[in-house]
Structures are given as structure tokens and as C-alpha cells.
Write a protein of this length. Structure first.
Length: 220
């Protein structure tokens, strides 16, 4: 097991890197580890609503630049740039992706599929009311994508790779750019968040956080 101080050192190392050294590229095996951290992340009911699109094309990055105000330095300089997409209607209890996961991935027997889908439908319809709008279902999938995002950035920090999550973009316009490039089918997928990876070019500023007492409550 990793000792506690090593874990804390990783979190102190990780920061939102605003500019990367364009001459330094992440080795293939190191970036594969980062992608595996995303793939192995937990998701609600284990249905994995995501897809990780690694955008290395300078042309496509250039087209994203005008609509991504939060990555003006990261897009041109990062070693690897990832758009995390999430499924839309396919995440419904009666969606094709859910059927695929239960039958083809988990290979559940029919009785397990029936029971699990009954619980999943109740969860979506009444527990969290996710079927009241397409946006509610999409936002729920996005929340899961952020779990993968966090794990990818932490895994990167563990091997000395910097990262920066990117929410600073016009969502409709960014999705339009990706759709025009054939990266995204807007009927099936939406853009949850983006993230840049590479190696810092500037020193890291001191990490500032609220005191533990202000963010943690114990109920005994």
C-alpha cells in the first residue's frame, strides 16, 4: 500500500496547469495508464456512460480554440487533450446502451436483467426524477464523467504528469465543432468536460484550500 504522505504529496502536486511545455510529450505507456484510470472508474449501476476522445489533431484543436476560452494556452501546448463525451438517451432504463451493458458486457441471465432493470427504472423515474427532461438525464451522466475526470488527473499526478480540467467553453459551439469533425453524433452524445495533459512550463503556485474544519462535519 502507498503510505499516507505519498498520497498527500500527489494531491499537492496536482494543480490546474495553465500552460504546458509543447516540446515534452507524455510516453505512450504513461498516457495509457491515465486512460485506464478513466475506463476503470466507477459509474452509476456500472453502465459507463462515457467515451474518451483523445484530440491530437492540430487542425481540430485550432477549430476548438475560438470557442474554448478556458484553454487558450492548454489547447496549443498540451501533449494530450481529451474530450469526455457522455451518452444521452441511451442511458434510459429502456435505452440500447443499457441493454447492451446488461446482455453483452455483464452477460446477466434474463431474470437478473428483469430485476435490475426494475430497480434502475424506479431510480430514474422517481428516486432522482431523471426522466423529467433530457437535460436532467444528460447532467446525471456528466456527474459520472467527472468521477472519471478526477481519477484520470490523480493518476496523471501519481506519475508526474500535469493536467488541467477545462469547462471554459461554449457547449453548443464546441459540440458543433466536434460534430463537424465526425467526433460526436449530437443525437447520441454530448460534451461533458475536457481535460489537457502534459508537463508544466511554469512553477506551481501554492495550493490554497479552506481549513478542514470548514468543509468537514461529523455526525456521531
Amino acid at each position: 500500500m502507498i503510505d499516507p504522505q505519498t498520497v498527500l504529496d500527489v494531491f499537492h502536486f496536482r494543480h490546474a496547469c495553465k500552460e504546458f511545455d509543447p516540446a515534452q510529450k507524455i510516453p505512450a505507456e504513461a498516457f495509457d495508464l491515465i486512460l485506464q484510470a478513466g475506463r476503470l472508474s466507477p459509474s452509476s449501476f456500472g453502465y459507463e456512460p462515457w467515451q474518451f476522445v483523445v484530440i491530437q489533431s492540430p487542425e481540430l484543436r485550432g477549430k476548438l480554440l475560438p470557442v474554448t476560452w478556458g484553454a487558450q494556452k492548454q489547447l496549443p501546448t498540451s501533449s494530450h487533450y481529451v474530450a469526455i463525451l457522455v451518452r444521452k438517451g441511451g442511458m434510459r432504463y429502456d435505452g440500447e446502451h443499457v441493454r447492451h451493458m446488461m446482455h453483452d458486457v455483464y452477460k446477466f441471465p434474463p431474470e437478473r436483467v428483469e430485476g435490475r432493470n426494475k430497480v434502475y427504472r424506479k431510480f430514474q423515474e422517481s428516486d432522482f426524477k431523471l426522466l423529467e427532461s433530457a437535460r436532467a438525464l444528460f447532467d446525471w451522466s456528466c456527474r459520472q464523467a467527472y468521477i472519471a475526470l478526477g481519477n484520470m488527473m490523480t493518476a496523471a499526478a501519481m506519475i508526474g504528469v500535469d493536467s488541467c480540467p477545462v469547462e471554459g467553453y461554449d457547449q453548443a459551439e464546441a459540440e458543433a465543432v466536434l460534430a463537424e469533425a465526425g467526433v460526436l453524433d449530437p443525437k447520441e452524445w454530448g460534451l461533458a468536460v475536457m481535460v489537457a495533459f502534459g508537463y508544466r512550463v511554469n512553477p506551481q503556485s501554492a495550493k490554497v484550500r479552506q481549513p478542514m474544519a470548514d468543509v468537514v462535519r461529523w455526525v456521531n
